[in-house]
Design a protein around this ligand. Sequence first.
Ligand SMILES: CC(=O)N[C@H]1[C@@H](OP(=O)(O)OP(=O)(O)OC[C@H]2O[C@@H](n3ccc(=O)[nH]c3=O)[C@H](O)[C@@H]2O)O[C@H](CO)[C@H](O)[C@@H]1O
Ligand SMILES: [Mn+2]
Length: 360
Amino acid sequence: MLRYFTRNHILIGGFGCLLVFCGILYVHHGPSISSFCFCPGNDRRRIEHNKMTAGLCQDNGNWMIGELEMETGVKYAQPSTTIGRTDVNSVTNWNAPLVWEGTFDPVVIDAIYKRMDPRVAVVLFAVGKYTRFLKGFLESAEKYFLVDFRVTYYIFTDNKGDVPAIALAEGRNISIITVPSAKRWQEVVLGRMKWATVTIDKRIRNEADYLYMMDIDSVFHNRVGAESFSRLSAVLHRGYRNSKRTGFPYERRPASKAFIPMDEGDYYYTAAIWCGYLEDMYKLVKYCYTQSEEDAKNNIEAVWQEESHLNRYLVYNKPTKVLSAEYLWSDYDTVPAEIKVVRISQVIKNYKEVRPNGGH
Ligand SMILES: CC(=O)N[C@H]1[C@@H](OP(=O)(O)OP(=O)(O)OC[C@H]2O[C@@H](n3ccc(=O)[nH]c3=O)[C@H](O)[C@@H]2O)O[C@H](CO)[C@H](O)[C@@H]1O
Ligand SMILES: [Mn+2]
């Protein structure tokens, strides 16, 4: 019998089976994630993960937090309906989580999110003398930041040679992008929005699902993990966490695109760490870039550069998660009782010495 099956028969038969299989997948999962695809840039872990989920993967830009599944047998403390943090607010008035130590269980979070296995990009600028902060940032990030997740650090610098060689865990990479030097620090902080927009368009979009924008003058001291994931997550600025909204350093000049009136606004967010789905972050990074370009045309620069534009956007486009100041503290400040864990802290730096045009 067998000899009647030519190679062509086998090929046609095999192809037929594949079509039927794809058809079943399509009916099961609907058109949004229906393509039976090879995901470029995926490593072994993703391939194994795909096997678990019937070979499906999501198109670039479509990654999102999926089913909150976990395997059986994970051991963790039982959550309470009445006991939790009472000294802080852990939900916003638009019903988004406000994350503090004690509002999540890392065992549960990891059991859920490691299965989703997003490709994470971190955009970092180290221009001029700021390359000196790379070592402390990267070494501590390898210890505490999204351990066991896939992470690519995109380092934008004017001095490739000063990027230190750091031992990275499996699934983690460094990509260096050359940018011009600057005469004013304001140029760098605003330039981040331009260069990030251009580079997301050119390549990051094809390489990542989730994006963090972060200052480089920071060191990780404790876990920063998947509890920070959401469509768009912003971090409370430690300096204004208890201020009245009239005291927030929002841009108050109506001539600027970042203008926020005195009687509006929720929180003051730092621009030194923010994160979200790749396309949501792209939209916001591009917004900061184009709004600051508009301001420049009108000869105005927002009081806190991109941070002012970021804050304006977030008043009218609420973040889906707010992270407490645990996620960015500062070595300058004593730690108050409500901060049980400092996760990241800005290092002390001599502004005058480190910035090309000195000063604040
Ligand atoms: C805690 C906090 O809210 N930080 C914000 C605050 O700054 P900081 O005073 O912390 O600003 P900064 O000096 O750290 O500058 C922001 C970042 O830009 C990069 N950089 C800056 C200058 C330079 O010469 N080379 C270079 O690489 C570097 O990644 C640095 O971390 O205000 C800045 C804008 O005014 C940004 O909004 C920061 O996110
Ligand atoms: Mn900083």
